[in-house]
Design a protein around this ligand. Structure first.
Ligand code: ASP
Length: 349
């Protein structure tokens, strides 16, 4: 059952872990500039844009601001798509993917399939700063995080474990797991499992000097094959930026972005002068065109069988969100107010 006591204990533990962790690799604030800042995030990111903008206003580096923004969602045990409380792989183990890019240095770092670390985006920043590499995975990523003082935490909350267990017991009627009687299955389990669970948070920040930073962090597809890595930690797929052009990131079926290097495409569209909205739609069209060559990714009406969304901001502070199918949303902070807006869609259904 859901337990307020347990949740409070988790929050206490992770709040303490978060505080120390987020300082690792963060730069000292600098004087603020005179340009209008913008922070954008994927649908679940209202708290993230508020936090990131607060830091941008205090002179934080745009990447540091974005990392602290998404850290709120990473540490939230009630968000089952990211960090603590994320849904586990098919063996019941939470494996996280995250990446960062830093505009002023064109730096990037990422971690994939990392276990036991609440803030993988902050670890990705240290990969960028303290190695000559861009990507560390699995056990190596965890050892690296430990070496830099990131605390280990059991990421599998009791709620996520119960959701996973019910999935495990019901997804194959020919195995030997016996599901609990229907009437005893909690509503939150049924609601969560009613659809394939996806989710990720991307955040891009344009600071008062016109500099960009971005991060994407996720627990990936629920019940994935252990070791599966999605688009989120792959520079160019789940996020990309060029400090002279703009920044973009994505949520949705990662394989589609990997096969099209889609966030890179969005930034390259903006480089050619497209508004973020048009660069996103061009990318959605590209994915829609290439993906249906695979019958397994094609619906009976010929359209693609999955959804992907993008979020982009250009150097001028113009921004947009867009998806293949309707229903996407994004959070935006324009320096004065934060709000959630709908994403445009390539197809109407
Ligand atoms: N893009 C993520 C992945 O494929 C999942 C998601 O955004 O829902 O791992």
């Amino acid at each position: 059952m859901r337990s307020a006591f347990n949740r409070r204990r988790f929050m206490g533990t992770t709040a303490a872990a978060s505080l120390g962790t987020l300082a690792i690799g963060a730069s000292a604030p600098k004087p603020v500039g005179d340009k209008r800042p913008i922070v954008i995030a994927s649908g679940n990111g209202l708290r993230a844009v508020e936090k990131a903008m607060d830091l941008v206003h205090k002179g934080s580096d745009p990447l540091d601001a974005a990392i602290e923004g998404v850290a709120i969602v990473e540490a939230d045990p009630n968000d089952h798509s990211v960090g603590l409380g994320g849904l586990p792989n098919e063996e019941g183990v939470v494996e996280l993917d995250a990446a960062v890019m830093h505009g002023p240095t064109h730096g990037g770092g990422s971690v994939a399939s990392i276990r036991n670390i609440v803030h993988p985006a902050a670890v990705a920043r240290v990969v960028m700063q303290r190695t000559r590499h861009c990507l560390l995975v699995g056990e190596g990523a965890l050892k690296f995080a430990r070496a830099h003082g990131f605390p280990e935490v059991n990421l599998l909350t009791d709620e996520a474990r119960q959701i996973w267990l019910h999935w495990k017991e019901t997804h194959d009627s020919n195995d030997d797991w016996l599901p609990a009687p229907k009437e005893t299955v909690a509503a939150f389990i049924r609601e969560t499992l009613a659809h394939r669970i996806t989710g990720t948070i991307h955040c891009s920040a344009l600071d008062t000097h016109g500099d960009l930073g971005c991060t994407t962090t996720t627990s990936g597809l629920a019940f994935k094959i252990p070791g599966r890595v999605g688009d989120s930690p792959i520079l160019g797929a789940g996020l990309y930026l060029d400090n002279e052009v703009g920044s973009a990131g994505s949520t949705g079926l990662g394989e589609a972005n990997l096969l099209n290097l889609a966030s890179y495409l969005v930034v390259e569209g903006m480089r050619r002068g497209l508004h973020p909205k048009d660069a996103i739609m061009e990318t959605c069209k590209r994915i829609a065109t290439t993906s249906v060559r695979d019958p397994g990714r094609r619906r009976s009406d010929g359209k693609t069988s999955f959804g992907v969304s993008f979020y982009a901001v250009n150097k001028k502070g113009e921004y947009a969100g867009g998806s293949i199918y309707p229903g996407g949303s994004m959070a935006v902070h324009d320096g004065e107010t934060a709000r959630v807006i709908g994403c445009d869609a390539l197809y109407d259904k």
